[in-house]
Design a protein around this ligand. Structure first.
Ligand SMILES: [Zn+2]
Length: 125
């Protein structure tokens, strides 16, 4: 029976959302304490009793979290030609993490980005 395990991360970043209409508050430069959840699905290994060592998930995800932490995301997108970061909505951040992590984490089930306490985005394969 497959189960889903979750590892959580936090990062602080600034952004603005150029796709919003002129005068909309999201077009202004502002920041969020983003929360990231990485969900991995798999069978419980009968010998270890786990799906995957949480430390392995952390080692794969942390370098990408560190890339975004205390950065101006739109600027990162321009510097590194990363289209998803040029318009860093929660939706595009979800896609960015999913695309980066899919090849690195077998069984990656979904990515969740919480932009605020009441707003989040989920992407599954
Ligand atoms: Zn925002």
């Amino acid at each position: 029976m497959p189960v889903i395990i979750t590892k959580k991360f936090r990062f602080e970043s600034a952004h603005h959302l150029p796709g919003f209409p002129e005068g909309h508050k999201c077009r202004r430069l502002h920041g969020h304490s983003f929360r990231l959840e990485v969900n991995v699905e798999g069978e419980i290994d009968p010998e270890t009793g786990v799906v995957m060592d949480f430390g392995i998930i952390k080692s794969k995800v942390k370098p990408f979290v560190d890339q975004l932490d205390h950065e101006y995301l739109n600027q990162l997108g321009e510097i590194h030609s990363e289209e998803l970061l040029k318009n860093p909505t929660s939706e595009n951040l979800c896609k960015w993490f999913f695309e980066k992590l899919k090849p690195l984490i077998p069984g990656l089930h979904s990515i969740v980005i919480h932009e605020t306490c009441t707003s989040r985005c989920v992407i599954t394969q």
